[in-house]
Design a protein around this ligand. Structure first.
Ligand SMILES: [Zn+2]
Length: 330
C-alpha cells in the first residue's frame, strides 16, 4: 500500500505531467500568441528558406529579405486560398532561420507561421554551432528557454516549438544531449519537440530519453516517420507520440494514401500529422533557385484521392486541425 506521503508525491508528479485541455492552450506564432482553437487547418512541417552553407556561415546577411518575400509570397497566398491558415516553418537556427522574414511573409499572406528554437544535429553535426559541442544539456536548454522568454536574437519573436534533429542510427552522446536539452526546455516552456528523425530506432531511443527526463511522449513529434512499418506506428501511438508523415510530394501520393488508409483502419488518426516538407528559397542559388517541392499536393491530389476512398470531413479535421492544435498548444 502507498503511504500517504508517497501517494501525495505521486499524485502531484502526475499533475505536473497532465497537460492543459487543448482548448485552453495557446501557440506562439511569429505575429504573436493565439488560442489553439484559432489555428485552423495547419501544415506542421514546411520551409520558406533553407541555407545549407553550414553553421559558420549561415547568417541572414546571405539573403535579401525583399527578394525572398517576392519569391515566396505567391506560394503562401495560394496555400491561404486553398484553406491553410497556419504553417510551421521547420528551418532551424544555423540553417537559415529568419524570424523577421517569416513575420513579414505571415503579415503579407495572412497565413500564420510558427518558428522554432533548438539545434539540428543530423548531417553529422554540420549545422551545429561550436558551443553545441562543449556546453551541457542545461546550458543549451538555458539558451533555448531564453529564446522563448525574450524572443529570438533580439527580434522579440518567440518560438512556437522546439526543433532538433539526430542522425538515423542509434543516438550518439552528442545527439542524446540535444534530446535531453530539448526535454528540459519542454519542461520549462511547454513547447513541443519536433525531432528530424526518420527511422524508428532513434525515434524510440529519443522517447526513452524523454521518459527518463519525466517528459510525456505526447510532447514529442516523430518527424519524417514515413517509410517505417505499421508495427512501429502502432508502438508510437501506444506511447502517445505524434507520428509525422511529412514528406508528401507529387511522386508519393499513392503511398501516402495507402498509409493513411491503414492508419485510419487501425484507429491511429488521432496521433497522425501530415505535411509536405516543401520549399524552399535557397540562398546559394541565383534568385533562390527553383521551388521544386510542392506546398499544395495535399489539397490538389491527396485530399481528392482519399475522399473517394472513404476519408471523411471528420478524418481531415482530426489530422489537419485538431491534431496540430493538440500537439503544439502550450
Ligand atoms: Zn524539413
Amino acid at each position: 500500500m502507498l503511504s500517504r506521503r508517497h501517494f501525495l508525491r505521486s499524485a502531484l508528479a502526475g499533475m505536473c505531467l497532465v497537460r492543459k485541455p487543448a482548448r485552453k492552450r495557446i501557440v506562439h506564432a511569429v505575429t504573436g500568441p493565439l488560442p489553439v482553437v484559432d489555428m485552423g487547418l495547419t501544415l506542421i512541417h514546411e520551409h520558406m528558406l533553407v541555407d545549407f552553407v553550414g553553421a559558420e556561415k549561415a547568417t541572414p546577411g546571405r539573403w535579401n529579405r525583399a527578394d525572398v518575400v517576392v519569391k515566396m509570397l505567391p506560394y503562401l497566398r495560394e496555400l491561404k486560398r486553398l484553406g491553410c491558415q497556419t504553417l510551421l516553418d521547420c528551418t532551424p537556427a544555423f540553417l537559415g532561420k529568419d524570424p523577421l522574414l517569416l513575420r513579414e511573409l505571415s503579415e503579407k499572406s495572412g497565413v500564420r507561421i510558427l518558428t522554432n528554437t533548438g539545434y539540428y544535429g543530423a548531417a553529422d553535426n554540420k549545422f551545429l554551432p561550436p558551443h553545441a559541442f562543449t556546453e551541457t544539456a542545461d546550458q543549451l536548454a538555458d539558451r533555448w528557454v531564453a529564446d522563448f522568454t525574450n524572443g529570438i536574437d533580439g527580434t522579440g519573436i518567440r518560438p512556437g516549438f522546439i526543433k532538433i534533429s539526430v542522425n538515423p542510427g542509434t543516438l550518439s552522446d552528442l545527439h542524446r544531449k540535444l534530446v535531453t536539452a530539448a526535454a528540459r526546455t519542454h519542461k520549462r516552456t511547454g513547447l513541443t519537440i519536433c525531432s528530424h528523425t526518420g527511422p524508428y530506432v532513434p525515434a524510440f531511443e529519443q522517447i526513452e530519453v524523454l521518459k527518463q527526463e519525466g517528459v510525456r511522449p505526447d510532447a514529442f513529434v516523430w518527424t519524417h516517420a514515413q517509410g517505417n512499418n505499421m508495427v512501429h506506428y502502432a508502438r508510437a501511438v501506444r506511447e502517445g507520440t505524434w507520428v509525422s508523415m511529412d514528406g508528401l510530394d507529387n511522386t508519393n501520393v499513392s503511398t501516402y494514401a495507402e498509409t493513411l488508409l491503414l492508419m485510419k483502419e487501425n484507429r491511429f488518426l488521432h496521433r497522425t500529422l501530415l505535411s509536405h516538407d516543401a520549399g524552399w528559397y535557397d540562398p546559394a542559388k541565383p534568385n533562390g533557385g527553383t521551388i521544386d517541392r510542392d506546398y499544395a499536393v495535399l489539397f490538389k491530389r491527396l485530399m481528392p484521392d482519399l475522399n473517394k476512398r472513404g476519408f471523411t470531413r471528420k478524418d481531415w479535421r482530426q489530422i489537419m486541425v485538431d491534431n496540430p492544435a493538440d500537439a503544439f498548444g502550450v
